[in-house]
Design a binder for this molecule. Structure first.
Ligand SMILES: Nc1ncnc2c1ncn2[C@@H]1O[C@H](COP(=O)(O)OP(=O)(O)OP(=O)(O)O)[C@@H](O)[C@H]1O
Length: 433
């Protein structure tokens, strides 16, 4: 352990830098973190089941069987702590740095002290959910049955082109929800307002990934509802993962929607009006807008105000930038996707069979609905629903304020809400503007 700088010589900020910069150093630093937890009697008290101080910890080993990462995901304990060195903990997650801010809150890079893996933790203010179905009339935060079902669904989604939701921590007292997400190193494939057109070949590679991810979502009856380049994250090896299910909607028997969500410029024509519409074609339209932005670096339909944007989406004819030359197959695909009438708009399975995507049949993409093997359908046990999220009934308290006494957290329970029940549920279903 001599290679690890001591706590006295290493300021807390240096920890954060080491974690993100030195992939190879991470195992060593993780040992340091684990040692630090062990050495700190207050902190250690919050991590029940820690091995005896002094026992060396192996990288990747959970602290013990009781606190294996799997079981932690389903635990009902919540501890927020700050150690003597200023490192902030949220349960076993050590906050490293801010990754970015979205409409619903901040996204922080965190290190899971148990397995050394990095996660992106999205902190959502539950006030944002007011007016929705997840708060009762007194404004109390409660987890409705349908919301819990939705979280359970999202947690079961595992696909190489989908950002996995690892854990949901519900902090009732502080009115915050923490979404522990898979960390995608490359960040958004295109940054907000900094769109630079990709070469067609690269756009094609990205688009294939996005189609596979969206096909998987739709197959599992999940609508994204906010597809845009900022929600398409890039892995270190150049793959694309769809993120931000902030407005996703799980649909049971029909995918009809009656509320608009997402970002105006990516809204389908039918979603610009208030009437009800089908969800899958709306995602397909947004997919087409993303593809257009990938190859032209601009929106197909834009305007100075939101009504202008809506007007352009509904009435303006699709046109292609004269300065950027694209293949006629790509033009054909864009024309098939960006069709105003959702009834005649191309479907996602047909997009996946379009010659531009398959390179004229050389690289087939098989939609899950047509695959011989299909994909496992989702079944939910009672336990899946019960353990959908980690709840605190006592709130998160900085350890420094907790004192010597070990704070006890009761097993969380989600309250069955009295609110509107139905076979559809929205997960933070809010319009952007
Ligand atoms: N899983 C992740 N891995 C890495 N970085 C992420 C991840 N999720 C989000 N980020 C970063 O955090 C920023 C904010 O993300 P967030 O999802 O809150 O907002 P957004 O998608 O940019 O906008 P909005 O939610 O308002 O539509 C992103 O731009 C991205 O840089």
């Amino acid at each position: 352990m001599s290679a690890i700088p001591t706590e006295q010589t290493r300021p807390p900020e240096a920890d954060a830098r080491d974690f993100v910069e030195g992939e190879t150093q991470r195992p060593q630093l993780l040992i340091a973190v684990q040692e630090r937890i062990l050495q700190d009697p207050i902190l250690a008290g919050h991590f029940a089941g820690l091995p005896t101080p002094g026992v060396p910890l192996l990288i990747g080993d959970p602290f013990n069987a009781l606190s294996s990462p799997h079981q932690l995901r389903t635990s009902h304990r919540l501890v927020r702590a700050v150690d003597a060195f200023g490192n902030k903990y949220l349960n076993q997650y050590i906050v490293i740095k801010l990754l970015g801010c979205g409409r619903y809150g901040k996204v922080k890079l965190c290190l899971n002290a148990f397995d050394g893996k990095l996660f992106a933790v999205k902190v959502v203010d539950r006030k944002r959910l007011r007016d929705r179905r997840f708060l009762n009339e007194d404004g109390d935060s409660i987890m409705l049955q349908e919301y819990v079902h939705e979280i359970a669904t999202l947690k079961k989604l595992h696909h190489p082109n989908i950002v996995a939701l690892h854990e949901v921590i519900d902090d009732v007292q502080q009115r915050k929800v923490y979404l522990v997400l898979e960390y995608v190193e490359g960040g958004p494939v295109m940054e907000d307002n900094r769109w630079i057109a990709f070469p067609e070949e690269l756009a094609q590679k990205y688009f294939r990934d996005i189609c596979c991810g969206l096909d998987y979502l739709h197959y599992h009856k999940v609508l994204h509802r906010d597809l845009k380049p900022e929600n398409l994250l890039q892995t270190a090896d150049g793959r694309i993962k769809i993120s931000d299910f902030g407005v996703s909607q799980v649909f049971e028997t029909t995918d009809a929607l009656s509320s608009t969500a997402g970002t105006p410029a990516f809204l389908a024509p039918e979603a610009c009006t208030k009437s009800s519409f089908e969800g899958r074609p709306v995602d397909v339209w947004a997919l087409g807008v993303c593809l257009y932005v990938f190859v032209f670096g601009t929106l197909p339909f834009s305007g100075k105000t939101i009504p202008d944007i809506y007007h352009a989406i509904q009435h303006k004819q699709l046109s292609f930038h004269p300065s950027i030359v694209i293949s006629k197959e790509l033009k054909d695909l864009l024309k098939l996707i960006l069709v105003k009438d959702p009834k005649i708009r191309i479907s996602l399975p047909s997009i996946m069979e379009h010659p531009w995507l398959t390179l004229f049949g050389l690289q087939l993409l098989i939609p899950l609905s047509k695959s011989v093997h299909g994909a496992a359908t989702m079944d939910f046990s009672k336990n899946d629903l019960k353990s959908a999220h980690t709840t605190s009934t006592s709130g998160l308290n900085p350890l420094s304020k907790v004192g010597e006494q070990e704070k006890r957290f009761q097993a969380g329970e989600y309250a069955k809400g009295q609110g509107k029940q139905g076979n559809k549920s929205c997960f933070m279903n809010c319009s952007k503007y």
